[in-house]
Design a protein around this ligand. Structure first.
Ligand SMILES: *[C@@H]1O[C@H](CO)[C@@H](O)[C@H](O)[C@H]1NC(C)=O
Ligand SMILES: *[C@@H]1O[C@H](CO)[C@@H](O)[C@H](O)[C@H]1NC(C)=O
Ligand SMILES: *[C@@H]1O[C@H](CO)[C@@H](O)[C@H](O)[C@H]1NC(C)=O
Ligand SMILES: *[C@@H]1O[C@H](CO)[C@@H](O)[C@H](O)[C@H]1NC(C)=O
Ligand SMILES: *[C@@H]1O[C@H](CO)[C@@H](O)[C@H](O)[C@H]1NC(C)=O
Ligand SMILES: *[C@@H]1O[C@H](CO)[C@@H](O)[C@H](O)[C@H]1NC(C)=O
Length: 330
């Protein structure tokens, strides 16, 4: 063997052995380990991360997952732990992250803008914390997101219209926050997938934008807000909606002529100001849930389908609804 080749082999062996923090068995990428240790520090070294020992392979640590081939960190899911602090900005230093879940950690503060560096992120769950400030418009830069859950936090301000820029989102959970203002018109203009929208338990006001009638939603939960006006344009024989919860708002419209699509399995309209009578079309639906209680409805409950098998509390507290399962009409 020529000496020059031997020299190169020796040199590379030497440089390999002198790599800091990297034992021979480490699969974990040193940059990922560095980022995870920053995250651990930012969360005040919680007990839940005790397995994150710098001397060991980070692919073996709890609550993270390494890709089987590249060994880069692709998942970080930490929940219901004794953590305190904010969403660590260092999460943005895990460039291969596809899933980030910080659930029930009592995290405070806002979402760091650096999160938009996570271009591979598909699943973002920051639910059940004390996060505050506005829902950041920059989230829509996470183009590959399929699931976004910010529910059970303390977000305020209005819903950013940029959310409609998501192309691959299957669901948006913004429920149980302190969101105010109108539902943006843009939520009727998703150009890719049409996500399930969970906006309940906020303080949203105004009318549900007409534009939402242009899309085929599957789930709309807008319950417990202060929404007004008509929502009948969300229905129609044309549509594919399955679950619609608009309970506990201030909706005011005539239900008599509304046509419901065959797809509808759950309809909750309780505690509104809906008038008219129950449309005959309800009898041909395969309803698993219906609640029109506490409205201003009148007339006989149409006979047939599932309508008589439902509990009377599905219908009670209306102006003059009658017939089974309520008392007979006079
Ligand atoms: C979160 O904070 C609440 C009080 O604000 C406390 O009762 C609860 O135990 C905390 N949860 C965790 C997981 O630390
Ligand atoms: C989405 O992910 C794919 C790989 O899965 C990647 O090629 C693409 O660049 C990502 N999108 C963005 C906006 O980075
Ligand atoms: C939410 O924000 C309000 C007003 O900013 C504050 O009074 C309340 O304590 C916060 N709640 C939580 C759980 O952080
Ligand atoms: C909604 O779905 C129905 C039934 O699949 C279809 O006929 C209609 O064109 C769809 N509308 C939109 C706006 O995609
Ligand atoms: C069906 O949907 C299309 C597009 O969403 C709409 O233009 C049309 O008026 C609808 N037809 C009925 C009968 O509702
Ligand atoms: C319908 O809603 C009312 C008001 O929230 C509630 O009291 C009743 O139990 C509900 N009925 C059913 C069957 O869920």
């Amino acid at each position: 063997m020529p000496t020059s080749k031997l020299f190169i082999i020796l040199l590379s062996l030497l440089s390999f052995l002198s790599l800091p923090f990297r034992s021979l068995s480490d699969r974990c990428h040193p940059n990922d380990k560095k980022a995870l240790l920053k995250i651990k520090k930012a969360l005040n070294n919680p007990y839940a991360l005790i397995s994150w020992d710098p001397k060991t392979d980070c692919c073996e640590w709890y609550v993270v997952d390494c890709d089987r081939i590249t060994h880069r960190i692709v998942q970080l899911h930490l929940f219901a732990s004794d953590v305190s602090g904010q969403v660590p900005a260092a999460v943005s230093e895990l460039p291969y992250l596809e899933l980030l879940r910080f659930h029930k950690l009592n995290l405070t503060g806002s979402i760091p803008p650096s999160i938009t560096k996570l271009t591979n992120l598909k699943f973002l769950d920051l639910s059940w914390n004390h996060l505050s400030g506005p829902v950041p418009p920059f989230l829509s830069q996470l183009e590959n997101l399929t699931f976004l859950d910010l529910s059970f936090n303390n977000f305020t301000g209005s819903i950013p219209s940029s959310l409609s820029e998501f192309q691959n989102l299957e669901a948006i959970h913004l429920d149980r926050n302190g969101l105010t203002g109108n539902i943006p018109e843009s939520l009727g203009r998703f150009s890719g997938l049409v996500p399930d929208l969970y906006l309940s338990h906020n303080q949203l006001t105004g009318q549900v934008p007409r534009s939402l009638g242009d899309l085929n939603f599957t789930v709309l939960d807008f319950s417990r807000n202060k929404l007004q006006g008509d929502i009948s344009f969300l229905f129609g024989t044309n549509k594919t909606i399955q679950i619609a919860d608009f309970s506990r708002n201030m909706l005011e419209f005539d239900l008599s002529k509304v046509e419901f699509p065959d797809s509808l399995t759950s309809l909750d309209l309780n505690h509104n100001r809906i008038r008219g009578s129950l449309p005959e079309g309800l009898v041909k639906l395969n309803l698993q849930y219906l609640n029109v209680s506490y409205n201003r409805l009148c007339g006989e409950i149409p006979a047939g389908g599932k309508l008589q098998s439902l509990d009377y509390t599905s219908y009670f507290h209306n102006r003059c609804l009658c017939g089974a399962p309520l008392p007979d009409c006079k």
